[in-house]
Design a protein around this ligand. Structure first.
Ligand code: HEM
Length: 459
């Protein structure tokens, strides 16, 4: 069995057992349909199903999901969201909810660990994402944005999501790995793309050794093995690179960090396996998410001449705050990730409701962002909401919150502003009348169904 196959086997999401029996009368109201039907609703039709549940059962409702019919209680009002994010990390576990990503991301992934292990990993990763580090990445990102935007064909409609995906993949490869060697980049691009594009059915099959020898499962394992070989080779080369101390990319920063509290040999740095898992996590978490938010931003700006004029003026005047507001409003109106979840390890009270251990609590991003009490006229695209800093806390949650808040939030905002600046100072963006778009579920994220089609014309 290869190392990759072992990881698939080891990290296969396994049944956590039913534990003490939870029954509907212990929880807020919810539908009675079988867990299978509710799972399909939540995972496959979340943009219709979740608002429907709120209309039917009120602000807090319970759902039952496969596997094991586990319970998930969905909240979205700011007071409850605050309690979920501020909950004791020893009680509110996030890693368990992400177990499905285990076979790809690996057991050390920041997304999958909890408690003290998470605290240590987060502390070691932080230096690669603080303000100083972000300033170091700006130039690379701006250069890539310029090259990409300069290659666009004017007057022809195209799927902005595809172009944004290509751009953010390039940015993450260069910023995270610091790879500029074209041969290695050419090897990495399809490997990462294939990892991101894994079909949900493939998820269901991993961990079953027999399946790993056939069809899409075999191709997934082979792709992972290839990606791992490239990553481990890059780590080995970088450990001995003469310019390691001066390099600003994430991998080099991670190779230099030390945990002062560690008593392990090697001075508490990250091991090769830990580095591999964190790199894969960053590659996968940081690429399509930002591309999706950007494509919605271009789409919304392109639909309204007044918004376009305002955003163009900002781009030409170097008003980055307004461009950031455009991006934030696009993330509000079109959440990329629908909800964040925490699994209760002990009984806890959320929103005044006592909940037993074993329940999963969710902060629904879809509902929080569409609530008129949080955002007046929630269906309108109005970046001005984010200008002047009047937004009430815990009403805008695209990056989650608390100790698990997205570690790449600052990076994606920086990257998004750089790209919008480049596009809007070069072109007018329009959306043709027949190119209306709507969200479509794509594994964990939601993306524009038709790729957010736009046309660009030079001014
Ligand atoms: C628009 C872009 C992005 C969105 C909408 C997004 C969204 C999220 C959300 C909702 C979470 C879960 C937070 C929680 O549980 O409270 C998360 C976690 C995470 N994100 Fe992002 N993300 C984005 C970009 C990025 C980027 C660019 C990177 C890295 C380069 C990244 C890396 C991560 C990691 C490592 C975690 C796990 C954090 C932890 O558990 O401590 N994300 N993200």
């Amino acid at each position: 069995m290869s190392v990759t196959q072992e990881r698939f086997e080891k990290m296969r999401p396994v049944s956590r057992g039913r534990g003490p029996k939870l029954t509907a009368d212990m929880l807020p109201p919810g539908p009675r349909a079988p867990a299978l039907v509710q799972s399909v609703g939540l995972l496959g039709f979340r943009h219709q199903f979740v608002p429907l549940m709120k209309r039917r059962y009120g602000d807090v409702f319970s759902l039952r999901l496969l596997p094991e019919g586990r319970w998930i209680v969905v909240f979205h009002k700011p007071e409850a969201v605050k309690e979920i994010f501020a909950g004791d990390p020893a009680v509110f576990h996030a890693g368990k909810g992400n177990a499905i990503l285990g076979p790809v991301m690996g057991e050390h992934s920041l997304l999958l660990v909890d408690g003290a292990t998470h605290k240590r990993a987060r502390k070691l990763l932080m230096p690669a994402f603080n303000g100083h580090a972000l300033r170091g990445y700006q130039e690379v990102v701006a250069g890539l944005a310029k090259a990409e935007v300069g290659s666009w064909r004017v007057g022809e409609e195209f799927r902005s999501l595809d172009r944004m995906n290509a751009l953010t993949l390039e940015a993450i490869l260069q910023v995270v790995f610091g790879v500029t060697d074209e041969r290695r980049l050419a090897e990495l691009r399809p490997l990462v793309n294939r990892t991101v594009n894994v079909h949900p059915l493939v998820f269901l099959g991993w961990g079953l050794p027999r399946l790993q020898t056939v069809g899409p499962w075999r191709r997934t394992v082979l792709n992972q093995e290839h990606l791992d070989r490239v990553i481990y080779a890059e780590i080995a080369e970088r450990r001995v690179a003469p310019d390691l101390a001066d390099r600003t990319d994430v991998l080099s920063t991670l190779l230099r960090v030390r945990d002062p509290e560690s008593t392990e040999s090697g001075g508490g740095g990250l091991t090769d396996d830990e580095l591999r898992d964190q790199l894969v996590t960053l590659l996968l978490a940081g690429h399509e998410t930002t591309a999706t938010a950007l494509s919605w931003a271009l789409y919304e700006v392109g639909r309204d001449p007044a918004q376009l004029a305002r955003a163009r003026t900002a781009a030409l005047a170097g008003d980055d705050d307004y461009l950031e507001a455009v991006l934030k409003e696009a993330m509000r109106l079109h959440p990329v990730i629908p909800m964040v979840v925490r699994h209760l390890m002990k009984p806890a009270t959320v929103g005044g409701i006592d909940l037993p251990a074993g329940v999963t609590v969710a902060a629904s991003i879809i509902l929080a962002h569409a609530d008129p009490e949080n955002h007046p006229e929630p269906d309108a695209f109005r970046p001005e909401r984010f200008v002047g800093g009047h937004l009430p806390p815990n009403t805008w949650l695209p990056f989650g919150g608390g100790v698990r808040r997205c570690i790449g939030a600052g990076f994606s905002l920086m990257e998004g502003v750089a790209v919008l600046r480049e596009v809007l100072s070069s072109y007018d963006v329009t959306v043709r009348p027949g190119s209306t778009d709507v969200p479509k579920v794509r594994n964990i994220t939601s993306v524009p169904r038709h790729g957010a089609r736009i046309v660009v014309t030079p001014r």
